[in-house]
Ligand binder design. Structure first.
Ligand SMILES: Nc1nc2c(ncn2[C@@H]2O[C@H](COP(=O)(O)OP(=O)(O)OP(=O)(O)O)[C@@H](O)[C@H]2O)c(=O)[nH]1
Ligand SMILES: [Mg+2]
Length: 395
């Protein structure tokens, strides 16, 4: 179990100690002015006041729905009475199309290698398996996952009495679907009163993911509140404010460099008072060093536990698929210190390294819950192994 167990409750002494730690950290942060100089102070609100943006007006709802439905042409816009199921089906197909398109480079990378091996061997022998394993490793699936796949394939080939390599492609597809399959009930948190903490190193797509999540669940009728607990840069707060506008949800923020714990504290009080379904907290990925980052997260965990013990806690680690094996390493590090409940794998569009999705899903023992295939508000979906592998093998 990670250091940041959600179950830990803070004692009075710890609280006191923490307050002075917080003050110290603020001083430290100010002293060692790191990056984040592109600050536009006037954009951010009054000194030290909690800023609550109410974005639930009809006006905003209109903007949201206009922005959200990308694929609509004029004709479709007029058909306001489309039943919800049909609408959802359409969106799903739309997303599958994006997935197929987004995975083009990954598909070429994985299948290019695999198909070459399949076509250069007719007989299934040791050399064939070796070359196939090599092709999978090269396509960013990593050594361990490639080995697992080859071992399983050997068994399946025997079981199914497959004699030539042509039958292996189908088996490989099946194997990938099985390996990547998620358990059920992974999205229970969306049905409960939950606090969702979104973590990850800088630039992986945390804030964007939060915007997409907020939009998805707002559209499903949930009351969503966002907390701008990445107070390290003013621009980070602005960016989340913009997403909260687009999604039409409320934002709790304070000024730049304020204590992230204080923002979370305020946000929790707001979530409780307004009976929000989801409180989604943005966190900083860009701190002085790993120790600071982890320390800050630890404090946030404590505050949520203390102030909102009855809420379901969801910790989503965001990983950038374009970083390939590096993403896997990041996950291993975060896993040591936090009880991560799900992975969000971003930027699967346009990268050739999407094979990392297979490695992450197979090796980490943490489910990939969402995948991102673009920068738009609709470009993220719950992960589905059937769809993912089908999109990967789509001709
Ligand atoms: N193509 C693509 N770009 C994405 C995706 N998700 C995020 N991005 C882009 O990645 C960049 C970084 O995203 P942010 O959401 O700001 O990342 P962050 O983790 O919040 O970054 P910090 O706040 O600096 O730690 C932005 O330009 C996003 O538009 C995705 O699924 N696909
Ligand atoms: Mg951010």
């Amino acid at each position: 179990m990670g250091l940041f167990s959600w179950k830990k409750n803070k004692t009075k002494e710890e609280q006191k100690e923490n307050t002075s730690e917080n003050e110290q950290e603020l001083v430290d942060a100010k002293e060692s002015e790191i990056e984040g100089t592109e600050i536009e102070e006037d954009v951010i609100k009054e000194d030290n006041n909690i800023n609550v943006q109410e974005n639930n007006s009809n006006e905003n709802d209109d903007i949201t729905s206009e922005e959200v439905i990308e694929d609509n042409d004029d004709e479709e816009e007029e058909e306001n009475q489309i039943p919800q199921e049909q609408e959802e089906g359409k969106k799903k197909r739309g997303f599958f199309g994006k997935l197929v398109k987004g995975l083009t480079k990954t598909r070429n990378n994985i299948l290019g290698g695999v198909d070459q091996v399949l076509s250069s061997f007719t007989k299934i022998d040791e050399d064939f398996y070796e070359e196939l394993e090599e092709a999978l490793i090269v396509a960013d699936l990593g050594v361990n996952t490639a080995m697992t796949i080859i071992e399983d394939l050997r068994e399946k080939v025997k079981e199914n009495k497959i004699k030539d390599t042509a039958g292996v492609r189908e088996l490989l597809m099946e194997e990938l679907k099985e390996l990547m399959k998620n358990e059920e009930n992974l999205y229970e948190f969306t049905e409960k009163k939950s606090v969702v903490l979104v973590i990850g190193v800088n630039g992986v797509g945390k804030t964007t993911t939060i915007g997409k999540l907020a939009n998805q669940y707002k559209q499903k009728g949930k009351k969503v509140i966002l907390a701008a607990a990445d107070t390290f840069r003013a621009a980070a707060i602005d960016q989340l404010a913009e997403w909260s506008n687009r999604a039409g949800v409320e934002l709790i923020s304070q000024q730049e460099n304020s204590d992230p714990g204080a923002v979370v504290f305020d946000a929790v009080q707001a979530a409780k008072a307004r009976e929000a379904d989801l409180l989604i907290c943005d966190t900083a990925g860009r701190l002085h060093n790993k120790k600071n980052l982890m320390e800050e997260l630890r404090k946030i965990f404590k505050i949520i536990n203390r102030e909102y013990p009855e809420a379901h806690k969801e910790v989503l680690l965001v990983l950038d698929s374009t970083t390939g094996q590096n993403a896997l390493q990041q996950a291993k590090q975060f896993k040591d210190i936090a009880d991560i409940t799900g992975i969000v794998l971003t930027k699967l569009d346009g990268t050739a390294k999407g094979g990392i999705a297979v490695a992450i899903q197979t090796e980490l023992n943490i489910p990939v819950k969402y995948i991102g295939v673009g920068e738009g508000i609709d470009d993220m979906q719950q992960f589905n192994s059937e769809d993912f592998v089908s999109a990967l093998f789509e001709e």
